[in-house]
Design a protein around this ligand. Structure first.
Ligand code: DMJ
Length: 413
């Protein structure tokens, strides 16, 4: 796919050197490395691959270059926040002891590999490979990846493990790195399946009512809570089912279906038929929020994302039915005069809007709904992977992969 796209575009050779000395982006904005990468770098890369417009490629690489100073730490693990003008970076104030967040430094791989492919500059891929190398090397408690890591010492800072917020897209990018590499990135594949085994052994639970869920793990103690964010994992486990041990294929498909079912239950059990930010499985609760502070819905995509993946993988019509229920609930409760708004309490029929349309509503929630009701040959999974903000990136064919990223591909490729 990637080589074909090079044929489509003009073949202009991008020079990393000229880009580095010719900085056209300026400004002193302070930004999240993770958010800039998944939203803007990912968006620009997609825009380039979908249109062939050189402008998008050049801007993606220019912006990627602005992010590089965040990696200047003793371990190469980037810090979470960067001043795009000065290149100064620091850790989030709320992150324990100056640590970096697993879901942030672990969600750069797809975009950075494409930046190297497009710029012929190995630096981007080197940065993400050194993150992977460190993660491979350090000891993991019970094979699990805690959410906080010191970019100075390279040690875990505390043992909180979650497939939801703070951890989520790290796991997603492992299996997607493998798929995006045309199934050549064996290291990503092994790491993904090992992580999945540890998650299954320690986090996956069944409620008294028979719902499968992913608990959170705090130094060996389970918190029987599942965040809305963790509901992306149904789709992830589904797309990873084919490439693990053959005897586990059906097991992973079943697990993906069970998790997606549980996430649907979190919607079905609310008054608005939209799901809360987090739901629990303790004190008699089954897939419902028990705390006032968890009852909001901010137009998040993860549940619908899993419906879309499970529909493509199984063609079971229930996933389209569930997606349509969500469309109707969004129309009824979230549509406002100028767009769509989050709501403060999914269990109250007379909704209170939060007056905010998050950008992921357009880039993810509506896109996944569109894909759920489209034919499978629209952005087919064999040719595309979606970054964690749902920006499609092409699979890099084996024949096109550049290890040292020194040559521009030509028509004859
Ligand atoms: C998105 O920004 C991304 O999917 C991210 O990985 C976590 N979830 C939000 C939307 O809920």
């Amino acid at each position: 796919m990637l080589c074909e796209i090079f044929i489509y575009t003009s073949g202009l050779l991008y020079s990393p050197e000229s880009s580095r000395t010719n900085n056209r982006m300026s400004g002193n904005g302070e930004a999240s490395l993770f958010e800039v990468n998944i939203r803007y770098v990912g968006g620009l890369l997609s825009a380039y691959y979908l249109t062939g417009e050189e402008l998008f490629k050049n801007k993606a690489v220019e912006l990627g270059e602005k992010l590089l100073p965040a990696f200047n730490t003793p371990t190469g693990i980037p810090r979470g926040v960067i001043n795009l003008g000065s290149g100064t970076s620091w850790s989030w104030g709320w992150a324990s002891a100056g640590s970096s967040i697993l879901a942030e430094f672990g969600t750069l791989h797809l975009e950075f590999v494409h930046l190297t492919e497009l710029s012929n500059d190995p630096v981007y891929k080197e940065k993400v490979m050194s993150i992977r190398k460190l993660l491979n090397k350090i000891e993991k408690p019970h094979g699990l990846y805690p959410n906080f890591l010191s970019p100075v010492s390279g040690n875990w800072v505390q043992h909180h493990v979650s497939i939801g917020g703070l951890g989520d897209s790290f796991y997603e990018y492992l299996i997607k790195s493998y798929l995006m590499s045309d199934k050549t990135d064996e290291d990503a594949k092994t790491t993904y399946y090992n992580a999945m085994e540890a998650i299954e052994a320690n986090l996956v639970q069944k409620s008294p009512g028979g719902l499968t869920y992913m608990a959170e793990w705090r130094g060996g103690i389970l918190d029987h809570k599942m965040g809305h964010l963790a509901c992306f994992s149904g789709g992830m486990i589904g797309i990873g089912a084919d490439d693990g041990a053959p005897e586990k294929r059906q097991h992973y498909l079943d697990l993906a279906a069970e998790i997606t079912h549980t996430c649907h239950e979190s919607y079905a059990r609310s008054t608005t038929k939209l799901g809360p930010e987090a739901f629990r499985f303790d004190s008699g609760a089954e897939a419902t929020a028990t705390r006032l502070s968890d009852r909001y819905y901010i137009l998040r995509p993860e549940v619908i994302e899993s419906y879309m993946y499970m529909w493509r993988l199984t063609h079971d019509p229930k996933y389209r039915d569930w997606g349509w229920e969500a469309v109707e609930a969004l129309e009824q409760h979230c549509r406002v005069e100028s767009g769509f708004s989050g709501i403060r309490d999914v269990y109250t029929a007379t909704v209170s809007h939060d007056n905010m349309q998050q950008s992921f509503f357009l880039s993810e929630t509506l896109k996944y709904l569109y894909l759920l009701f489209s034919d499978d040959d629209l952005l087919p999974f064999e040719d595309w992977v979606f970054n964690t903000e749902a920006h499609p990136l092409p699979v890099i064919r084996k024949s096109c992969l550049q290890d040292d990223a020194t040559e521009e591909k030509t028509v004859s490729d």
